[in-house]
Ligand binder design. Structure first.
Ligand SMILES: *[C@@H]1O[C@H](CO)[C@@H](O)[C@H](O)[C@H]1NC(C)=O
Ligand SMILES: *[C@@H]1O[C@H](CO)[C@@H](O)[C@H](O)[C@H]1NC(C)=O
Length: 253
């Protein structure tokens, strides 16, 4: 992850030099992207490159779009179906990205897996549920922070989620806190086992899970809608909004 982020920055800078001077070529693309980025300013980097995957809209976007790093490029280890740079409608960076400038080019680099917001690379301020903020000092003495996870994917990841979901020791799969547009994050009633279904603690891929938790049921799932399902209400925690069971509703066990 660290390497790939360094790499993307390096390539971005190279791309910029290329854009400015038009004399520098990184390498010849090896083919077309199977799922190219749309609304790029030009198609120079919307191709597959050796060891880098599909770079997408690396020289910027058409008017009305902002050049934004694609989190799936990083979390799928540069799968060529995921362009590195996308052009998304609007002028501001989405959550999990920070505003940056490469010369005159506005861009939104990716904060990193599990990071809700950051102001620069390696400076995460707040992590999503299921991740832990880790601070350390880099070799040059500056403090850096990132969101750590177990790296073990949930056995049944929720659909329509905008981030990775991992298994957490004891408490199982935390599920999806930020869903795609048109979906809301809803507390899953099946996440905690009914008292009759509880077992001894168990182990999944080396991670110990409480016997009160159903690992195949993410703690939060994405449900279609713009309001909470009946029996739930919105709960705001900072920037995060989830649907929780309404206290007065005791009909669901
Ligand atoms: C890349 O993603 C596609 C679509 O999800 C998948 O079919 C393919 O197996 C992936 N390739 C690699 C190398 O992981
Ligand atoms: C980083 O270094 C500073 C100054 O030496 C120190 O105060 C801080 O506690 C260190 N942070 C970590 C996470 O080690």
């Amino acid at each position: 992850m660290d390497m790939s982020r360094c790499h993307s920055l390096a390539i971005l800078l190279l791309a910029h030099i290329f854009a400015l001077t038009n004399t520098f070529l990184i390498s010849t693309p090896t083919g077309d992207c199977p799922n190219p980025a749309t609304n790029c300013l030009d198609e120079t980097f919307n191709k597959v490159f050796d060891n880098l995957g599909c770079l997408g809209c690396q020289t910027g976007c058409k008017a009305g779009y902002i050049m934004t790093a694609n989190w799936k490029y990083y979390t799928t280890n540069k799968n060529i179906t995921e362009p590195q740079w996308l052009c998304i409608p609007g002028t501001t960076c989405p959550w999990g990205h920070f505003p940056d400038k490469q010369g005159t080019l506005d861009s939104c680099p990716y904060c990193g897996d599990g990071c809700l917001n950051c102001h620069s690379f390696y400076k995460c301020e707040q992590c999503l549920l299921g991740f832990r903020l880790m601070r350390s000092n880099s070799t040059d003495g500056t403090e850096i922070s990132h969101c750590a996870s177990t790296g073990i994917a949930c056995p049944v990841p929720p659909d329509h989620c905008q981030h990775s979901v991992y298994v957490v020791a004891v408490t199982g799969c935390q599920g999806c806190i930020i869903c795609d547009t048109g979906y809301v994050s809803v507390a899953n009633q099946k996440y905690r086992r009914a008292s009759s279904d509880r077992t001894a603690d168990y182990v999944y891929n080396g991670i110990s899970i409480s016997g009160t938790i159903e690992l195949n049921e993410p703690r939060y799932t994405c449900v279609q809608g713009t309001t909470c399902p009946s029996g739930y209400h919105f709960v705001h925690r900072g920037e995060l909004v989830t649907c929780e069971v309404s206290v007065n509703d005791v009909t669901v066990g």
